[in-house]
Each structure stands twice: as structure tokens, then as C-alpha cells.
Ligand binder design. Structure first.
Ligand SMILES: Cc1cc2nc3c(=O)[nH]c(=O)nc-3n(C[C@H](O)[C@H](O)[C@H](O)COP(=O)(O)OP(=O)(O)OC[C@H]3O[C@@H](n4cnc5c(N)ncnc54)[C@H](O)[C@@H]3O)c2cc1C
Length: 454
């Protein structure tokens, strides 16, 4: 058994935990970060299958209002580049593939109705305070029905209904029947944008990328923290006795401190054993926040040929296996291969994501050809990654409470339990679910422990 001591024990070396530890250290207190995996970064994972080609199996973009992330990247000396978006999107509905304007002209009435539904969501979201969604005047009504039920009641055309489903699943990564309407409104409000978050451009959440890969961010934070980050140390239990918090890892490491920050998605936080046990309401919350399901497939070609044809590599499809895709190339000045990122989200991640690789990749090649022409059927390489099999994540992009989750359990999401504070993106007030939210939550949890340390 080895023993370590610090002021604050941080569980999890994802972005949130690392940022929290950095803030604690900046304030002159000693943090110790315990990470289950043999790497830092959690839901951030950059791979380099070809030298100079960085594929983001995890988080990839920031948006124009992700100010914390932009500042952090600048501080760490990591440059940003603009997401390529010029050109037409390709749409496939009912077996018909149409480009940009042709699609908008053919389905103008359906799209106008979708637009009205988004504006209605905006009006509803204005009544929700993200710090206490359960207090919204209609919280009770909205948390008892699912987004899917509400969409079904809006009288949308079959195409409009399918389109809004695809775009919503693109954010939540679960079918809309699994999330309460209040939960969706919370998502809209925490991102500080309108319901256009659900539109094709993701409301500005995907405008910039990191030159050299997102993975540099957690790695550089960990480098700054040095030996204060311990890998391959899954936390099994947290005991609080008097003024001492004792954190025990699988493998025998025991760390003691005065405060703890648990920087894990709620479901994973709920798998740790606590003594004394957590309040029942907190435990029940963690039973109700399942990790969502998403799978990324990067399809690499010798060059981004679609750009010359006026296409932006974005597709929206009711057929799949990918319901959405986009251009995922390196910065223009770097050159490099043409890369299309195809997303399998929600049910597609659960069904096609589990197909044998050969079957799924054949279907993806056919789909790319339907949208981007015969050249798209012949990629040079496909690199894929899902998150359900990863023991220390068990799904992504993030977690939302199911119906009645917010009204009955929401107040315990970030409510400290004595010296135990909660971080991770799910607990953020701004851009919850995104890297920006992970930073927001990490900073808030650090403020909480520092206030208690005096
Ligand atoms: C495929 C994918 C695409 C995404 N795309 C984007 C995007 O484009 N833009 C964006 O902003 N966000 C995106 N996200 C979301 C973003 O990655 C997350 O919001 C953010 O990284 C979460 O950080 P976190 O620190 O809160 O949690 P995590 O990254 O989950 O960190 C938790 C850490 O705790 C560790 N851990 C788990 N259990 C234990 C234990 N018992 N003991 C010790 N350690 C433990 C885990 O290994 C992990 O390192 C994406 C996520 C995924 C997976």
C-alpha cells in the first residue's frame, strides 16, 4: 500500500478535474489527481494514425462563445483553426438526395414549420433558470413529458419531424423519447443560445479546432501538475471521518486530504463507494443520468475532393448509418488528406455501432457515395471509435437526467456533500456537456474547496 497526502484529492484527470487541480495549485494549495486510465483527458482523445493527421475520437470543436476554452488554449500556446463550412449540405429523405437550395426549395413549408417549433422552444427556454430548472413555472409539466412526445404533438410533417429528431439526437446522442422536455430546455439555456443549437450548424458550438489536436490541452495541464497526477489508479472508495477525506484506489494507493473533488460524469461518480453513504437523493440522481451513445467514423481520402464540387461534406440523412457528417480536415495551410467525419448517434450508435466493422464500413462507404459521388466510395482508410466499451467513460457525449429527473433530483447535481464537491461537465451552468462546461465546473468546484479550506 502506498500513501499520498494533499489538501485536495481530485478524482478524474479529464479536463474538469485537471482544471480544478490547476486552480487549487494556483491558490497555493496542494492538489493530487487520481486517474483510473493510463492516460489523461477522459472524453478528449486525439489519435494520429498518419503522421500529422490528428483525429479526434473525443471532443473536437469549440464555438465562438466558448471563451474559457479559447483562453485556456491561448494560455497553453495552442493555436485554433476555422472549421471548413463553405458549400452545400447534402440531404437524404425518403430515398431522395438533394443539395442545399434544392432541398430548401422542395421542402420550404416543412422547414418553416420546424423553424416555428424552434422559436417556441426559445420562448419556453426563456422561463428556465439553469441554476434551478425545477423552479421554472412549467417545470413540473415539462419534466413529465419527453422531447419526443412534445415534438410529436407539434403537427410537423413526417420530414420535419425526422429532421428535428436527427438534429436533436446530434446534440443529446439519445433518442428524444429518453430525455424530458425540461432537460432539452436546460441544454438550450446552458449554452446561452437559441434553439438553433438544434439546427444544422449546432448554434455555433463547432466553429474552431485546435491545431495539433485537442489532446494537447489535458496533456499540457497534466505536465504542469507533474507528479500531482497519478495514472492507472481507479478510485474505489471515499471515506470521510472528522476533517479527513480518505480516497482508496484499486491497486492499493491511499490518498488523504481535507477536501475532495469528484470530476466524473454522475453515473461513474455513483459507482464509487462512499462512507458515510451519500444522501439518498444524490444516489438516486446518479441512477438517473445515463451516459448517451455516440460513435465517430473518420473516412480518409487522398484529398478533400468535395470542396471543388461546392460541397461542405455535411450530410443529413434519414437512412444512415450516419445521420450527420462534416468536413474534418487538417488546417488548409497544412494540406493533408480529405477527411469526412460521419456521426452515429443515439440509436444508430447502439445498432449500427455494434455491427461488425466490415458491415458498418461497407454501409458507410455506400452512404458517402450517395451524397458525395463515386469517389467517396473508395476511401483510403477508415478510423472509428465508440465510447461505450471504454470502462472509465461508458458512453458519451454526456448525460442527461430522464423524465422527472430534474424536478425530483436536479438540486443534488452539484450540491456539495460536506468536503466532497462535484465537478465534470454535467454539473456546469454554462455549456454543460461540452469542454467549456468541463472548465466551468472545474473552476466552480475549485472555488468551493478553496472557500472551505479558508
Ligand atoms: C465522441 C465525443 C465527441 C465530443 N465532441 C465535443 C466537441 O466537439 N466539443 C466539446 O466541447 N465537447 C465535446 N465532447 C464532450 C467533451 O469531451 C466533454 O464535455 C469533456 O471532455 C468532459 O470532461 P470531464 O472532465 O467533465 O469528464 P471526462 O472527460 O469524462 O473525465 C473524467 C475522468 O475521470 C476518469 N475516471 C472515471 N472513473 C474514475 C474512477 N473511479 N477513478 C478515477 N478516475 C476515474 C476517466 O477516465 C476520465 O479521465 C465530446 C465527447 C465525446 C466523447
Amino acid at each position: 500500500m502506498s500513501v499520498r497526502e494533499a489538501d485536495v484529492i481530485v478524482v478524474g484527470a479529464g479536463l474538469s478535474g485537471l482544471v480544478a487541480a490547476r486552480e487549487v495549485l494556483k491558490a497555493g494549495r496542494e492538489p493530487l489527481v487520481l486517474e483510473a486510465n493510463d492516460r489523461v483527458g477522459g472524453r478528449i482523445l486525439t489519435e494520429e494514425p498518419v503522421p500529422g493527421v490528428f483525429l479526434e475520437l473525443g471532443a473536437q470543436w469549440i464555438g465562438d462563445t466558448h471563451h474559457r476554452m479559447a483562453a485556456l488554449a491561448a494560455e497553453l500556446g495552442i493555436a485554433l483553426y476555422q472549421q471548413f463550412e463553405d458549400g452545400d449540405t447534402s440531404y437524404e429523405f425518403g430515398g431522395r438526395v438533394l443539395r442545399g437550395d434544392a432541398f430548401h426549395a422542395a421542402y420550404a413549408d416543412d422547414l418553416e414549420h420546424v423553424e416555428r417549433v424552434l422559436r417556441e422552444l426559445d420562448a419556453m427556454a426563456e422561463t428556465v433558470d439553469v441554476a434551478a430548472p425545477w423552479l421554472a413555472p412549467k417545470a413540473d409539466e415539462w419534466d413529465r413529458i419527453t422531447v419526443g412526445q412534445w415534438y410529436d404533438a407539434q403537427g410537423l410533417s413526417p420530414l420535419g419531424r425526422e429532421l428535428i429528431e436527427i438534429c436533436t439526437v446530434g446534440i443529446l446522442a439519445v433518442p428524444t423519447v429518453e430525455v424530458s422536455l425540461l432537460g432539452l430546455l436546460v441544454n438550450v439555456v446552458t449554452c446561452g443560445v437559441t434553439a438553433d443549437l438544434l439546427s444544422e450548424s449546432e448554434g455555433g458550438a463547432q466553429t474552431k479546432r485546435f491545431v495539433g489536436g485537442t489532446g494537447q490541452i489535458p496533456q499540457r495541464l497534466a505536465d504542469e501538475l507533474g507528479e500531482r497526477v497519478v495514472l492507472s489508479s481507479p478510485v474505489m472508495s471515499i471515506d470521510v471521518s472528522g476533517d479527513v477525506v480518505t480516497v482508496t484506489c484499486r491497486g492499493g494507493l491511499v490518498a488523504t486530504g481535507k477536501q475532495a473533488i469528484v470530476a466524473l460524469a454522475p453515473t461513474l461518480a455513483g459507482r464509487i463507494m462512499y462512507d458515510p453513504p451519500l444522501p439518498g437523493v444524490r444516489d438516486q440522481l446518479t441512477q438517473r443520468m445515463p451516459q448517451a451513445s455516440a460513435h465517430k467514423s473518420f473516412i480518409l481520402y487522398d484529398e478533400p475532393f468535395w470542396r471543388d464540387e461546392g460541397l461542405n461534406a455535411q450530410l443529413i440523412s434519414d437512412a444512415g448509418p450516419a445521420r450527420m457528417s462534416n468536413d474534418s480536415c487538417m488546417p488548409e495551410e497544412t494540406g493533408g488528406p480529405g477527411i469526412i467525419l460521419a456521426f452515429l448517434e443515439g440509436e444508430n450508435a447502439r445498432v449500427e455501432g455494434r455491427w461488425p466493422e466490415e458491415q458498418r464500413q461497407a454501409a458507410l462507404r455506400e452512404e458517402m457515395a450517395r451524397h458525395f459521388g463515386p469517389r467517396a466510395a473508395k476511401p483510403e482508410l477508415i478510423v472509428e471509435g465508440g465510447w461505450v466499451e471504454r470502462e472509465w467513460t461508458r458512453g458519451c457525449y454526456n448525460a442527461n437526467p430522464g423524465p422527472c429527473g430534474w424536478i425530483h433530483f436536479g438540486a443534488s447535481l452539484s450540491e456539495p456533500v460536506g468536503p466532497i464537491k462535484w465537478a465534470a461537465t454535467e454539473t456546469a451552468l454554462q455549456w454543460s456537456g461540452y469542454m467549456e462546461g468541463a472548465v466551468d465546473a472545474g473552476e466552480r468546484a475549485a472555488r468551493e474547496v478553496l472557500a472551505d479550506l479558508g
